[in-house]
Write a protein that binds this ligand. Structure first.
Ligand code: ATP
Ligand code: SF4
Ligand code: MG
Length: 331
């Protein structure tokens, strides 16, 4: 039997997240996050360190660290139950099959004492997308070739420590794509790699996702990466989505003051009047220490007393934001 394609109805979003929250005790680390990802759509998730990007991804995978609790709703096309509230046994069938994830540090995700080829084959056998060990082993070599590892047969026999960081990340991508998931989540997949290897990896992810019509949720600090890889972007701050829209729209005409700041800070050609690189003033407060109202107001140059109330979501259908005094509107 050949690889069974996902038999899900090919309509509607691949992923629908509604009012997602992540809490530790009474502290909300992620709150009110809602978005959809269409079939084959590539969506970037950006925001400073601590904005809740990884927790959002881990909640989607049902892999939150112990002590953290998720609320809201997460639906994947073709999976009848809401992922939140689905038991671990059923989640394990979805993870690596319908949705899979590539993490920043591949060494911790790979088994150090198992050959690379066996690790790729195992995920196929686990989900029953290949019938026999021999079939899975052959498919693994094929996948290692598709992620452009040199001499894939020899690679399949290697152990993770014999590979470079970039090669290990390619193996992780092969594992993530092994069962042709409808959705691939990448959390800073290239941050630990050097610049050239990073660019090759990004090309590869974009190319394989497009080839297989895999939807992508791509987490990064790097706005240039989002502009290269993604069609749509979600901007997070303080565990909330503060702006979303088409990448070009959001990057050329940001409406939320935080997005404006992020873009200014990422542009290395922009210096302030004293010749210093512009960055967003202040730092992201630790979880739970955000002000009331707009979470960004202690750092925002446009804040007024109105910002003491939580901003309502506004904007056009394709480009929304939560800001009382958006860029381009007089206060
Ligand atoms: N296990 C945990 N227990 C308590 N707080 C946590 C835990 N994991 C993360 N946090 C807090 O939740 C917030 C969001 O963390 P998260 O890892 O999602 O940020 P991030 O946007 O991925 O940042 P980075 O860009 O640095 O990866 C941070 O304030 C972080 O300190
Ligand atoms: S709501 Fe107010 S504080 Fe928040 S980003 Fe907009 S202007 Fe700034
Ligand atoms: Mg993170």
């Amino acid at each position: 039997m050949t690889h069974v394609p996902d038999t899900a109805v090919a309509t509607g979003p691949v992923l629908t997240v509604d009012d997602l929250g992540v809490q530790v005790g009474p502290v909300h680390l992620v709150q009110g996050v809602g978005f959809t990802i269409g079939s084959g759509e590539r969506v970037g998730l950006i925001g400073e360190s601590g904005s809740g990007k990884s927790l959002t991804a881990l909640a989607l995978m049902g892999l939150l660290p112990e002590g953290l609790r998720a609320s809201g709703s997460i639906r994947l096309r073709g999976v009848p139950d809401d992922l939140l509230g689905t038991g671990e046994r059923r989640l394990a069938k979805v993870r690596g099959r319908t949705v899979s994830m590539v993490f920043q540090e591949p060494m911790t995700a790979l088994n150090p004492v198992m050959r690379v080829g066996d690790q790729v084959a195992e995920v196929m056998l686990l989900h029953g997308t290949r019938n026999s060990r021999a079939e899975a082993a052959a498919a693994a070599v094929d996948l290692l070739d598709r992620v452009r590892l040199p001499d894939p047969r020899a690679m399949a026999r290697a152990f993770p420590h014999q590979l470079s960081g970039g090669q290990r990340q390619r193996v992780m991508l092969a594992i993530a794509l092994a069962n042709d998931p409808a959705l691939l989540i990448c959390d800073e997949p290239t941050t630990a790699l050097d610049v050239t290897v990073q660019a090759q990896m990004l090309d590869l992810i974009g190319e394989l996702a497009a080839e297989r019509n895999t939807a992508l949720l791509f987490i990064t600090h790097d706005l240039a990466v989002v502009a290269t890889v993604c069609q749509r972007v979600l901007v997070m701050y303080g565990g909330r989505v503060v702006e979303t829209g088409d990448v070009y729209d959001v990057f050329t005409t940001p409406r939320h003051r935080y997005t404006e700041g992020l873009i200014a800070a990422s542009d290395l050609s922009v210096v302030d009047e004293r010749g210093r690189l512009r960055t967003i003033p202040g730092a992201v407060p630790n979880g739970g220490e955000f002000p009331d109202g707009c979470l960004f107001r202690t750092r925002c140059p446009a804040a007024t007393t109105r910002c003491e109330r939580t901003p309502e979501w506004s904007g056009a259908p394709g480009h929304g934001f939560a800001c009382w005094h958006p860029v381009g509107e007089d206060r």
